[in-house]
Design a protein around this ligand. Sequence first.
Ligand SMILES: Cc1ncc(COP(=O)(O)O)c(C=O)c1O
Length: 389
Amino acid sequence: MKNIIWSTGHEIKFNDIVNSDNCYLFDTKGNRLIDLESGVWCTSVGHNNKRVNDVIVSQINKIAHTGFCYCHPQIDVTARKILEIAGINEGKCEFLCSGSEAVEYGMRIARAISSKPLALTFSDSYFGAYGDAVTKNTNQWHIFNWLECGCEKSGKGCIGECDSFKNIPFDKIGIFLFEPGSSSGLVRFPSKELITKIIDKVRENEGVIICNEITTGIGRTGKWFGYQHYDFTPDIVAIGKGVGNGYPVSATAVSSKVMERLQETNFKYSQSHQNDPLGVFVASEVIAIIEEEQLLAKSQELGHYLIQGLGKLVSEKSIVKEVRGRGLMLALELKRDAQQVYEKLLSKGFIVAKRPNAEVLRIDPALTIERQIIDLLIENLKEIFAKIE
Ligand SMILES: Cc1ncc(COP(=O)(O)O)c(C=O)c1O
C-alpha cells in the first residue's frame, strides 16, 4: 500500500514504530532502534515512562481540559515549581502547547513592554516554527554573528572585544533573546564573557532578557536550565520539549518585574489549550522524576562519559574533527562523510540527528540513558569509521 504520511518536507525513515521503552523504539516486527535524539529532544525521562503514563491515565479519567479562565488547582502548584527551578523568586507561569508557542508568547510580552525597536539575538539560534522569532525581520531584530567575529584568537569564540560587538546598536535594543547552546545550530556554547557583557548592556537600558530553554532546559545540559551555566537569571524563560516527555505541553515563566510592567499595557493572549490540567500534571511528574532520580547529576556524569568516549575517537580516527557538548547535549563533528555515517548508524539501529549542510551529528539522548547504550554507540562508530577510512 502507498505510504500517505507526509512529514512536511522531511523524509520518513520508518513508518512502523509501534512500541517503546526508555531509549528503545520497536517496530511491528519487534526490531529495536536506539533513540539517541529522544524524539526530537522531547523524551527527557525516556519513552513510555511508567510514572508519566500513570499520571496521564489517572488525570484523563478526571479532567483533561478546561478553559483558561476556569482553572485546575494543579496549575498553581506546577507554576510554583517551575519558578522555583528557574530561580525566579516571584513571578507567573503560563502553560502552552509547544516550544514555538512558549518563545512566541515570551516575545509578545517583551515587545509589549519594550520601548526600543530592536531585539538582539545570535545568528545560529533557532526559536521555532512561527511568529516574531522565526521571521527575524531586520526592522525588529539585530542578528549578531558571534561565530565570525574578531575575537577568534581568544580560544573560546567571541568575548565581546571585536568590532562586530562594538557595532551592536545597544541604544536601540530592548530585548535579548538567548538560546544558551544552539541546538538547531551546531551545538555551540557562547562564552560567559560575551553573555555577561550583553546582559549588562541590555539591562543598563532597562531591556528584557528572554532565554529560550526549549532544548537546553529541563536537565539537558546537566543543570535545570542552560542559563544556569552563566550565573544570571532571565526575566522570561521559555520551556518546552523535555518538560512534557513527549506530551505537548510547554511553559513560559515571567518575573514579577516584567509582570508589573505588563500590567500597565493592554496585553492579552488567548489560546484554547492554555493552562490545560493534563499538561500541568505531566510537567509536574517529569520534574519530580528528574529530582527523585537525580537526573541532573546523571546527565552531567553520563554526558562526561559520552564526551570522553567520543573524545578518544578524535585521536584514534582521522575522520573525526571535534566533540563538543554540555551534559547530554552533544555534537560530533567530522571532517567528511557525516551523511554516510548517519545512514550507517541508522542501518545499525541508532537514531542520531544530522544537520543539513554540516558535517555534524548531534546526540541528545534521554537523561535516563544507560552506560551500555553509550558503549554500544562508541563500538559501532568505531566500526563505521574503520570501514570509511
Ligand atoms: C531551540 C529551539 N527552540 C524552539 C523550538 C520549537 O519547539 P517546538 O518544535 O516544540 O515548537 C525548537 C524545536 O526544535 C528548538 O530546537
